[in-house]
Design a protein around this ligand. Structure first.
Ligand code: ADP
Ligand code: MG
Length: 242
């Protein structure tokens, strides 16, 4: 409980700082990476050592823009309008959006979506963010595990507790201590530049904002299932697509 309290304080502090800083940081980052890319375009005319340095600068600016993006997701948590939506459609759209990402070429992504799933009401942009973050974590986990048959599965179904959305992977998994700390803002076990530690805390904040719950089941060396449960939209006569 104490931890939860600090967590909330930390999130509030991030929110108020982030909006301003991120905005100011974005433009110079874009300028730097644009100039570096233009310089790299000189290609053969550049001494090898200079080109290597420019590549490193570019990598680091990518880190910065990833951080800026993750932080700005926190500072605009109420984007979009609350609406009655079909979670299956949202999952399909999100998967389509992400298929071009290098990380997603490496494994079979399975969808097991319950066609009779009731609608939920929520903020589509935020829920898309949740699915994206869970998929990125799953992709990282299966990559790190280096399995012969890496698998990530997105499932939906109706349970007693509500409308369930699961992202399951056969990646590296987490021990109990990591599961416990995973939702903390800035907690990451990934090497610098790979993780910001903001993904799951953003997911928690969003799911909480939807009066839902998020739980993590994981076994080191076996894989992880992250389960989001959302209240079904009560008097949903028909679903509105996303
Ligand atoms: P990040 O991905 O930037 O590290 P997250 O908040 O998304 O930050 O996740 C925090 C930590 O939780 C990760 O660094 C990792 O240790 C663990 N984690 C999250 N999702 C998974 C997963 N699907 N499999 C294994 N570990 C995970
Ligand atoms: Mg993450």
């Amino acid at each position: 409980e104490r931890r939860k309290y600090f967590q909330q304080e930390k999130m509030a502090a991030i929110g108020s700082l982030a909006a301003g800083i991120v905005h100011e940081i974005g433009n110079p980052i874009a300028a730097i990476s644009g100039l570096v890319q233009a310089s790299l375009a000189e290609g053969e005319r550049l001494p090898e050592a200079v080109r290597a340095n420019l590549e490193l600068i570019l990598q680091q600016t990518e880190r910065l823009s990833a951080l800026a993006r993750d932080v700005s997701d926190f500072s605009t948590p109420r984007a979009g309008e609350r609406q009655v939506l079909d979670l299956n459609g949202l999952v399909r759209t999100t998967v389509r959006l992400m298929q071009h990402d290098r990380r997603f070429k490496a494994f079979g992504l399975r969808l097991e979506l319950d066609p009779a799933l009731p609608a939920v009401d929520g903020f589509p942009d935020q829920l898309t963010q949740v699915v994206m973050n869970l998929l990125i974590n799953a992709a990282d986990a299966v990559e790190e595990a280096g399995r012969e048959t890496p698998e990530v599965c997105v499932r939906t179904r109706l349970a007693e507790a509500g409308v369930v959305l699961e992202v399951a992977d056969n990646g590296v998994g987490m021990d109990a201590a990591t599961v416990e700390r995973a939702p903390e803002a800035f907690f990451t076990t990934k090497p610098p530049g790979r993780g910001t530690g903001l993904g799951l805390s953003l997911c928690y904040a969003i799911v909480r904002g939807h009066e839902g719950s998020l739980e993590i089941e994981s076994e080191p060396g076996r894989g992880t299932t992250v389960r989001v449960v959302l209240p079904p939209f009560e008097a949903a006569p028909r679903q509105v697509g996303t």
